[in-house]
Ligand binder design. Structure first.
Ligand SMILES: [Zn+2]
Length: 343
């Protein structure tokens, strides 16, 4: 059997685990609702239990190590989860130490957005590029930067917290306490909030009908925009403008070969893309305007696959994947394999 990595993606609501092959194929997947309020020991117990399930299903698996991703802030080098807002009771948890003692295997830890960036870079929308910025737009906004063939970590691994770059001086307060963060104005949550304020329960608008007269979510806005609803189309325009402003900053800062947009709002990528492009045309300096903005390809597997690659591709840049493709299956067959692994 080929060499595999155990991979875990620890989220505030869901804990996902997988056995992943070197080419990014997912051999097995499990998940459980994260016991996020129960503290770190309970959640680490869940990780150990899920590992047991995966290994019991694949007793022949030759596991090279464990790749783990978790919400920031975390220190990937020291292997410490510093204190994510979505996980109660996690303060400076030495996760690499704990898991490597438990399993007797090498363990690598990465910020979840960085791991997803790695996944998309090595196996998804960014294959073959030397640099990219991955932006995930959903409840919040997160990101990861691959610069010149490496994840850009910065001091304590805290770089690329792009959701909290300030892009305006006003608006709703971000959960981080500041005003005008990219996340506070351009996340799916912000879009839903704008839609909720624009409408009222019982007003008969499509947005409120879709939401059952409750709070309107970003998903409802995308759905209504697809149906041609004027309110929703205006909201999408405004959202695309904010995303375009944030992306323009990323282009100027990192000069990536492409920007990959993932997260829940990527479901509306086709609707948002023209407005994002128009804003970049307006705001970016000419040399940056032709950079492709593309949707992510790996969905919710990006973090798992990226985390596994911390073990299976350790010390290697992302570019060799292009060589691996030439040698064996080629891009189209790889895409088929990804489809097949979807279920
Ligand atoms: Zn913020």
């Amino acid at each position: 059997m080929t060499k595999l990595a155990l991979a875990f993606d620890l989220g505030g609501t869901e804990l996902r685990g997988a056995l992943v092959e070197r080419d990014g194929a997912v051999a097995a997947r499990v998940s459980a609702p994260t016991m996020a309020g129960a503290g770190s020991e309970a959640v680490i117990g869940q990780i150990i239990a899920l590992a047991g399930t995966l290994l019991a299903e694949h007793p022949q698996a030759k596991v090279a190590g464990i790749g783990m991703c978790a919400p920031g802030p975390l220190d990937p080098k020291a292997g410490i989860v510093i204190g994510p807002p979505t996980l109660a009771g996690w303060h400076d948890v030495p996760l690499i130490d704990i898991l490597s003692r438990q399993f007797g295997l090498p363990v690598r830890l990465e910020n979840d957005a960085n791991a997803a960036a790695l996944g998309e870079w090595r196996f998804g929308a960014g294959r073959g590029s030397g640099s990219l910025v991955f932006v995930t737009v959903s409840t919040g906004i997160g990101g990861g930067v691959v610069a010149d063939g490496h994840i850009y970590h910065g001091r304590r691994g805290l770089a690329a917290e792009i959701g909290h770059m300030t892009i305006t001086g006003e608006g709703d307060r971000c959960f981080c306490g500041a005003v005008g963060c990219f996340e506070a104005v351009a996340s799916g949550t912000a879009l839903g909030r704008r839609a909720t304020r624009l409408t009222a329960p019982g007003d008969g608008s499509l947005l409120r009908r879709l939401s059952g007269d409750g709070d309107v979510s970003a998903r409802h806005v995308v759905e209504a925009a697809r149906a041609g609803d004027v309110n929703a189309l205006e909201l999408v325009d405004a959202e695309a403008k904010w995303l375009g402003i944030g992306f323009t900053n990323l282009l100027h800062l990192y000069s990536p070969e492409l920007i990959v947009m993932g997260g829940g709002l990527a479901n509306g990528f086709d609707l948002l893309a023209p407005g994002i492009r128009a804003t970049i045309e307006q705001r970016a300096m000419p040399a940056y305007r032709d950079v492709p903005i593309v949707p992510a390809e790996l969905g919710d597997r990006a973090g798992l696959i990226g985390a596994a690659s911390l073990i299976l591709w350790e010390g290697e840049p992302g570019a060799p994947l292009a060589i691996a493709q030439d040698e064996d299956s080629g891009p189209s067959k790889r895409a088929d394999a990804r489809e097949a692994n979807h279920g």
